[in-house]
Design a protein around this ligand. Structure first.
Ligand code: KIV
Length: 261
């Protein structure tokens, strides 16, 4: 398999649907890459999956850069996208540019940022500077406090029109693809048909050009709340607990480690 680029990711629209996921360390990024995942996102979901927070908001730029560098070191073929954390692009465009540059210098091929029309100036400035941007509209988890919870967006005609407007604005600003999170399938299908760039859905039904799943949900590592749209492809939490418990029991019983000469 050849290295996925922004251009090949875009060229897949209408040709093949792409199953993409998050990863936050070299170990799992290498496994996902070797299994053929075309695009790996160092999601700010790491705040919830890896760092034990209840939202993505506390994730810091240093944590994103460290995880991005680890993932980039391990990946050979997948497109590597760094998710810009809350606060890294809301406190002035110059600071946002410097943070996006730092993501690429850490090894990312592109950055992702949340928001529609309100972040279009920034998307334009980044793409003009050679920083590919993946947009994110619909339910944007960094706005959880404004929504009052992680709530499906675009359910009324008026709100659906707002999400469509956001997706079109993000495309016009130069994003190479756009995430559609937690919107009704019909709306996702309408946006996917209306845009030239690929849509990457999560909780947005089957019609998007690509899909995201958070790695911990996909692998069954997350024993907390799992969104209803998730499919668990393995039960690694149970397998890991079984292995830890066997190890503890064998050490207690004196059957591990064996004698060494
Ligand atoms: O942080 C993340 O994992 C994401 C995906 C849900 C798209 O933004």
């Amino acid at each position: 398999m050849k290295k996925w680029t922004v251009a090949t990711f875009q060229a897949a629209k209408g040709q093949m649907r792409l199953g993409c996921c998050t990863a936050y360390d070299a170990c799992f990024a290498r496994l996902a890459d070797e299994a053929g995942v075309p695009c790996i996102l160092i999601g700010d979901s790491m705040g919830m999956t890896m760092l034990g927070y209840s939202t993505t908001l506390p994730v810091r730029m240093e944590e994103t850069l460290s995880a991005t560098a680890a993932v980039a070191r391990a990946v050979k073929d997948a497109l590597v996208v760094a998710d810009m954390p809350f606060g890294s692009y809301q406190c002035g465009d110059d600071r946002a540019m410097a943070n996006a540059v730092a993501c690429l210098q850490a090894g990312a091929d592109a950055v992702k940022l949340e928001g529609g029309t309100r972040v279009c100036g920034l998307i334009r400035r980044m793409t003009e500077a050679g920083i590919p941007v993946l947009g994110h509209v619909g339910m944007t988890p960094q706005s959880v406090n404004a929504y009052g919870g992680f709530k499906t967006q675009g359910k009324t005609r008026e709100d659906a029109d707002r999400v469509i407007g956001d997706a079109k604005a993000v495309e016009a600003a130069g994003a190479f693809a756009v995430t559609l999170e937690c919107v009704p399938s019909e709306l996702a299908a309408q946006i996917t048909a209306a845009l030239r760039i690929p849509t990457v859905g999560i909780g947005a039904g089957p019609v998007c050009d690509a899909q995201w799943l958070v790695m911990h949900d996909l692998l069954g590592l997350n024993e907390g709340h799992v969104p209803s749209f998730v499919k668990k492809y393995a039960d690694l939490a149970a397998e890991a607990k079984r292995a830890f418990a066997s190890y503890v029991a064998e050490v207690a019983a004196g059957t591990f480690p064996p004698p060494r000469s």
